[in-house]
Design a protein around this ligand. Structure first.
Ligand code: NAP
Length: 259
């Protein structure tokens, strides 16, 4: 799988582009939002916790980035109308969408399938798959209105090879890969919108700590370290690439550039 951790983007890579990031208030989403803004994008910060989104808004403003927009939204319980209202707001404010990073995610719990709670299963599928699917549908006309739109769906190693005890999370990431393939194949003949998945790999965030409580976080790459592939996929360098599964960092033991 392709990995672009050595990519050195120009400072104005995303200038003039409008990019929406979900789960923009924490972890990888926060780093992506800040990084995209640093490279010139106007951000639409989507997430469930307003105070976290406001903090990222302030960070972007302080760094001198384009003024972002904040749109609080909880994938658990969000309705089709909410996604359509979001699209209407973006249509009114910007008239198009040049980038969509589906990053928000819920781990659920790691446990044997025989004990997996059905309500938790539904919640994980809602946040990781169903919500992003209907949000994408609502935003498609705005993506089509862009000359060079990129949709990036966040996957995981367990979305490419199943692993014991990873239950709904693993299945939701396989579904993410499937949704990417269906949409990319469907759009390719007629549209310039590209659709790909990106596996961040082991990254120092709250979610990773939840999954691996005994791991020393200092041994992991930070969200900022893995931004080159995010920038490559969001910017014009990835034009023509669609329907592909990318990795943000090389697998353990493989040096950058060889993955
Ligand atoms: P994180 O630190 O837990 O952040 C997850 C983000 O998703 C937070 O901003 C959170 O909002 C948001 N979110 C959760 N539930 C939501 C909901 N119901 N509605 C809206 N937003 C919601 O996790 P992360 O490690 O940065 O993960 C980012 C993405 O990378 C996820 O898709 C994850 O599956 C994937 N990933 C991560 C790793 C890793 O090693 N970290 C590895 C593979 C894949 P709040 O902050 O408000 O809770």
């Amino acid at each position: 799988m392709e990995c672009h951790i050595d990519y050195h983007p120009p400072a104005n890579l995303l200038e003039g582009r409008v990019v929406l990031v979900t789960g923009a208030g924490a972890g990888i989403g926060r780093a992506a939002a800040r990084s995209f803004a640093e490279h010139g994008a106007t951000l639409v910060l989507v997430g469930r916790t307003l105070t976290k989104l406001e903090a990222v808004y302030d960070e972007i403003e302080t760094a001198g980035g384009p003024q972002p927009a904040i749109y609080p939204l909880n994938f658990e319980g969000a309705t089709l109308k909410e996604y359509r209202d979001l699209a209407k707001t973006l249509e009114r404010e910007f008239g198009r969408l040049d980038g969509l990073l589906h990053n928000a995610g819920l781990l659920g719990e790691l446990m044997p399938f025989a004990q997996y709670d059905s309500e938790l299963w539904e919640r994980v599928m809602q946040v990781n798959v169903t919500g992003p699917v209907w949000m994408t549908q609502a935003l498609l006309p705005l993506l089509e209105a862009s000359r060079d739109a990129s949709v990036v769906l966040t996957s995981s190693s367990v979305g490419r090879k199943g692993r014991a005890r990873w239950g709904a999370y693993s299945v939701s990431k396989f579904a993410t890969e499937g949704f990417m393939q269906v949409l990319a194949d469907e759009l390719e003949p007629t549209s310039s919108v590209r659709v790909n998945t990106l596996n961040p790999g082991a990254t120092r965030t709250a979610m990773r700590q939840g999954a691996y409580p005994d791991e020393d976080p200092a041994t992991l790459r930070t969200p900022l370290d893995i931004m080159p592939t995010y920038l490559w996929l969001m910017g014009p360098a990835s034009r023509g690439h669609t329907g592909q599964a990318f990795d943000a960092q090389p697998p353990k033991g493989v040096s950058p550039g060889t993955a």
